[in-house]
Design a protein around this ligand. Structure first.
Ligand code: T6T
Length: 324
């Protein structure tokens, strides 16, 4: 990761993305508003953003809510807008509810860049839709991640049986897309039944309790896709509490530190780690490029690292485990 950052920093300097680029000499301020503050995914994203901010000599603010909740995120966003940063990087809590508050930022001359989640349809600057104004979208390919999870779970259960998705809540771009990709993959397995999705409001305890409730209705449950960090750890906890570790297969999205033990013990079959530090790093780079008058890409895709019991001891894999 450090090597990648150095390469990107070099490219940035070559393209004139350096603090010397400012005509008036003012140091830009970039704010990062995470989906929530108490999530290893965004803590790791913040670290990547800080690395880019240090490399470029910009001021980085980090302000967010401790919960995934649009009605808590909006007043925080308004407080950030009042500070008049040059750019806001935000992981919007909801595709629709954040459009108007972010439009107010754009109307105030603040560049809006979506990181991780998006507003509206996620396709920006194409002249279509109320939420077309963000400059760029920097994120994983979440539909692809869902397809990867679907195929992994199908293989883990021998391509037959009953499964479900543990998800956060409808209206979140990333987790909606993961579910979409997962279901598209599952459509290729005629002997797999996908039960109704269980929504947990980003609460691992709720996701855990839901395992019990689903097994009560479907005792032959073979697998669960945990569509984000809290869904995955809650599902794994629920499977463990029922004494069904290894019997009910779990495929996890995201990679908190405990994923290492969960993979090794067989509680989780596979984890799809995103690269949140890269998202933060690239988000700051794009924001800086834009506010210093450079053309920037309208979308930047970051990668995944697939983690299993067989590869998790490899430092090139384990370096993508998120920071606490
Ligand atoms: O999966 C990540 C993020 O990509 C998603 O948008 C929300 O949940 C996480 O932050 C993990 O908790």
């Amino acid at each position: 990761m450090k090597k990648l950052f150095r390469v990107i920093a070099t490219i940035a300097v070559l393209f004139g993305f350096s603090s010397q680029s400012f005509a008036d000499g003012h140091k830009p301020t970039i704010a990062l508003v995470p989906g929530l503050t108490t999530d290893a995914f965004y803590i790791t994203m913040h670290k990547g953003a800080m690395a880019a901010a240090d490399a470029l000599g910009v001021e980085l603010l980090f302000q967010g809510s401790p919960e995934w909740n649009a009605s808590l995120q909006i007043p925080i966003l308004n407080a950030v807008i009042a500070k008049k940063p040059d750019a806001i990087l935000i992981a919007p809590n909801d595709k629709q509810q954040l459009i108007a508050p972010l439009k107010a930022a754009a109307d105030a001359g603040i560049a809006v860049i979506c990181v991780d989640t998006f507003i509206d349809d996620g396709v920006f600057q194409d002249g279509m839709g109320d939420g077309d104004f963000p400059i760029s979208y920097v994120a994983s390919d979440n539909v692809l991640g869902g397809v990867m999870a679907g195929n992994a779970l199908a293989n883990a259960i021998g391509k037959k049986g009953t499964v479900y998705v543990s998800n956060v809540k409808p209206g979140i771009s990333t987790t909606d897309q993961r579910e979409e990709g997962f279901k598209a993959a599952m459509a290729n397995y005629p002997d797999i039944t996908v039960l109704e999705t269980q929504f947990n409001d980003d609460d691992a305890n709720k996701a855990s309790a839901q395992v019990n409730a689903v097994v009560a209705r479907a005792p032959d449950l073979a697998g669960i896709f945990g569509a984000n960090l809290f869904s995955a750890i809650g599902s794994a906890d629920g499977v463990k509490a029922m004494g069904k570790s290894g019997e009910i297969k779990v495929v996890a999205f995201d990679a908190p530190t405990r994923i290492v033990d969960d993979l090794k013990s067989g509680l989780v079959d596979m984890a799809i780690a995103q690269h949140p530090a890269e998202i933060g790093y690239m988000g700051v780079m794009v924001a800086f490029g834009h506010v210093t008058g450079n053309p920037v890409p309208v979308s930047v895709g970051t990668g995944f690292t697939v983690m299993t019991a067989d590869n998790i001891d490899d430092p090139d894999i384990s370096k993508y485990v998120y920071s606490d």
